[in-house]
Design a protein around this ligand. Structure first.
Ligand SMILES: NC(=O)c1ccc[n+]([C@@H]2O[C@H](COP(=O)([O-])OP(=O)(O)OC[C@H]3O[C@@H](n4cnc5c(N)ncnc54)[C@H](OP(=O)(O)O)[C@@H]3O)[C@@H](O)[C@H]2O)c1
Length: 168
């Protein structure tokens, strides 16, 4: 199973501030939806709460929490570790899954990730509390980068993507 991490970061690499994202960029939201809406998703408990406990995908959603987890329903499962989250999805053998945040979840997911899909926006959160994981060139190759684009709201942004360096 390919494991894709997807996030949007500001000029400083910040991804959030009390649940607010770096920008409400319609183009980025649409791209996120198109990429993820029919794929299994893993997220951390805080992001789940910030999303008002709403599953974004038509496929399985796995929420990680160390706390006593609420009962899931058919499409939403609560687990205690990243390994458990991945095991839940491995059981249904999808080609890939998306891990959608937040910062703590990305950090613990990095050793498992096979691809990183990053949107860089030319904005700056004033008091960020969540940052993107660092991307070491020892482990990651940048495989694409779009030119700078301008959103309908005037915000400038670009996309970049990284693939894990594989041993030959
Ligand atoms: N810009 C973006 O693309 C983007 C995307 C998503 C979120 N965000 C932002 O990120 C921020 C939230 O990030 P965050 O780091 O505070 O929270 P988070 O990663 O959403 O959730 C963290 C919580 O999830 C559980 N968890 C996650 N991974 C775990 C693991 N491997 N093992 C055990 N428990 C695990 C723990 O829950 P318990 O404490 O319940 O044990 C942990 O406290 C918000 O500001 C949000 O807006 C931004």
């Amino acid at each position: 199973m390919e494991i894709h991490l997807i996030w949007t970061q500001d000029r400083q690499g910040a991804i959030g501030q009390e649940g607010a994202r770096p920008s409400d960029l319609p183009e980025d939201t649409l791209r996120f939806t198109e990429l993820t809406e029919h794929s299994p998703i893993i997220m951390g408990k805080k992001t789940w709460d910030y999303l008002n406990k709403r599953a974004l995908s038509s496929q399985q959603t796995v929420v990680i929490t160390r706390q006593l987890a609420p009962e899931g329903n058919g499409r939403v499962t609560f687990v205690h570790t990243m390994d458990e989250a991945l095991a839940v999805l491995q059981a249904v053998e999808p080609e890939h899954c998306f891990i959608i945040g937040g910062a703590y979840t990305f950090k613990t997911a990095m050793p498992y990730a096979t691809r990183l899909l990053v949107t860089c926006v030319d904005t700056q959160l004033p008091h960020p509390d969540a940052f993107a994981p660092s991307i070491s060139p020892l482990h990651w190759n940048q495989v694409s980068e779009s030119p700078w684009l301008t959103g309908k709201n005037g915000v400038k942004f670009f996309y970049k993507e990284f693939a894990r360096v594989t041993d030959v």
